[in-house]
Design a protein around this ligand. Structure first.
Ligand code: TAP
Length: 481
């Protein structure tokens, strides 16, 4: 980051980047293979880095949700569930290849709409999106090995609702396994990041995917609610906050809908005194500042063994001072914009709670751009387990640092959370990695790395982080009878 705290600066996104993608002034809903008008009140999607309107987006009301579910049902009954797996696979492979061909467009659009740095959308999000479609294409004709018996059957219509932090990647996690298993889909992206899902709809057209197999409906929470409670939906797949996840679980209770929920997290990233410190510092930075900390499995609680605390803290601060925050479309940017004014407000509010509770805040000096939503990478030390910043998900670039003396204390503190999505362990001892992995109540435990994703690995939580797994063979189970 630049080393002053003075005046805000202005920037205009590099024009050549924006010309890579053709953003239309307005978008309809994608229903039955076509873009159609919505009956709700259209809304605008902004670029959070410059607070400029990117496009106007249709809002789906109940009638639109009905139409999308009907289209999905028809496509399921007449085409998709009857198609041999090897034929479905061809469509998924085609989609994967088009994603690769249009990768630059997708990455630029994702960074514009979400605020994330282009080097992340280009090198992480979009390649993983293609990888998920390739991976699940490979499963479509091998479902007898999915762990659901010799003749596994799809569920029907999947209603899928996703958040704004990884708009395209969450879409891939949802749509690729659903289609591979023979289900059809109605998906609602988040209100603040609909554009890449709509570009994906164009990719479905380009791939000649039969109409109705994928339907994309845009809108806010009410549209999501209408979708998940629609009687024509057989399976609900939701990623988002624990609060909304609980409301969805209540809404579908007593129906025969199948549900998977991927919810919040408050992961412990645990550094032992025998860990390679510089490598651990990189992992800590990646764990909490990747994607501005808008990551459900972010390593938002750092647990450091007392004997290396001072040294690690000093090196961490030094490393944080080199992070560059600013234009998401600049290839050198490490930290992009916060996705929305609402999220920025939440991050500020919880950080102020941290101050009030007596924790000590530190952020590297930096210029914040004049327009847009920004929050500098921040750490809090002197945090106790009772502090709200140690318990609640901030979902921003804010790290709470705690210390421990013994491995048993590290386990106790790490597990002292209502969540159970992920954890990280940094140590030189293989035996300690294995024993910690056994004791940590987290769906994913990373060892000497953090925030590594792969389509072959199942991902999901314990406790209030939800249930069901996405990714890998386990990811098929949520879409088969
Ligand atoms: P939410 O507010 O829960 O929103 C998630 C999605 O649900 C959005 O599309 C939202 O629509 C929609 N929605 C809101 N109210 C709804 C309702 N009553 N019924 C059905 N749908 C509804 O979460 P968020 O703020 O977007 O995302 C942040 C949260 O997601 C964090 O807690 C994070 O940990 C979690 N997350 C978890 C994971 C995994 S894999 N566990 C991955 C990413 C994020 P609008 O946005 O349009 O209002």
């Amino acid at each position: 980051m630049a080393k002053t705290t003075s005046a805000a600066f202005e920037y205009a996104p590099a024009p050549e980047s924006r010309s890579i993608v053709d953003i239309k002034p307005s978008y309809g809903l994608f229903v039955n293979g076509e873009f159609v008008d919505g009956h709700g009140a259209a809304f605008k999607t902004l670029s959070p880095a410059i607070e400029e309107v990117l496009a106007e987006i249709a809002e789906a009301d109940q009638a639109d949700v009905d139409a999308a579910v009907k289209a999905a049902r028809k496509a399921y009954d007449k085409v998709w569930s009857r198609m041999p797996g090897r034929e479905r696979a061809k469509y998924l492979y085609r989609i994967a290849r088009i994603i690769q061909e249009r990768a630059r467009e997708l990455a630029v659009l994702e960074s514009l709409d979400n605020g994330k740095p282009i080097k992340e959308s280009r090198d992480v999000d979009v390649p993983l999106v293609a990888a998920h479609f390739f991976y699940y294409a490979g499963w479509a004709d091998k479902l007898e090995y999915a762990g659901r018996g010799a003749d596994p059957q799809p569920l029907g219509v999947a209603g899928q609702v996703i958040p704004w932090n990884f708009p395209l990647l969450m879409l891939a996690w949802k749509i690729a396994p659903a289609l591979a298993c023979g289900n059809t889909v109605v998906l609602k992206p988040a209100e603040t990041t609909p554009l890449t899902a709509l570009l994906f709809a164009e990719i479905c057209q380009q791939a000649d995917l039969p109409p109705g197999v994928v339907n994309i409906i845009t809108g806010a929470g009410a549209t999501g609610q209408a979708l998940v409670s629609h009687p024509g939906v057989d399976k609900v797949a939701f990623t988002g906050s624990t609060e909304v996840g609980k409301a969805i679980a209540r809404a579908v209770a007593g129906t025969d809908k199948r549900v998977t929920l991927e919810l919040g997290g408050k992961a412990a990233n645990i550094v032992f005194d025998d860990a390679p410190i510089d490598q651990a510092v990189e992992g800590i930075v990646d764990g909490i500042f990747f994607n501005q900390g808008h990551v459900c499995c972010a390593g938002s609680r750092l647990l450091v063994q007392e004997s290396v605390f001072e040294e690690l803290l000093e090196r961490l601060k030094r490393r944080m001072s080199t992070l560059r925050m600013g234009d998401p479309l600049d290839k050198n940017t490490d930290i992009g914009a916060i996705n929305s004014a609402e999220q920025l407000h939440r991050i500020r509010e919880l950080s102020e709670v941290g101050d009030a509770e007596g924790a000590e805040r530190w952020a590297a000096a930096c210029d914040l751009p004049a327009k847009g939503y920004w929050f500098p990478p921040t750490i809090f030390t002197g945090v106790s387990q009772a502090h709200r910043i140690a318990r609640e998900e901030i979902f921003g670039p804010v790290l709470s640092v705690l210390t421990f003396r013994t491995p048993a204390e590290a386990v106790e503190k790490a597990n002292n959370t209502p969540y159970g999505l992920s954890a990280g362990v940094w140590t030189d001892k293989g035996s300690r990695i294995l024993s910690m992995a056994d004791k940590l109540r987290a769906g994913v435990v990373w060892a000497n790395t953090f925030n590594k994703f792969d389509p072959t690995s199942p991902f999901g939580g314990y406790k209030e982080s939800g249930y069901g797994r996405e990714g890998g063979r386990h990811g098929l189970e949520g879409y088969l009878k």
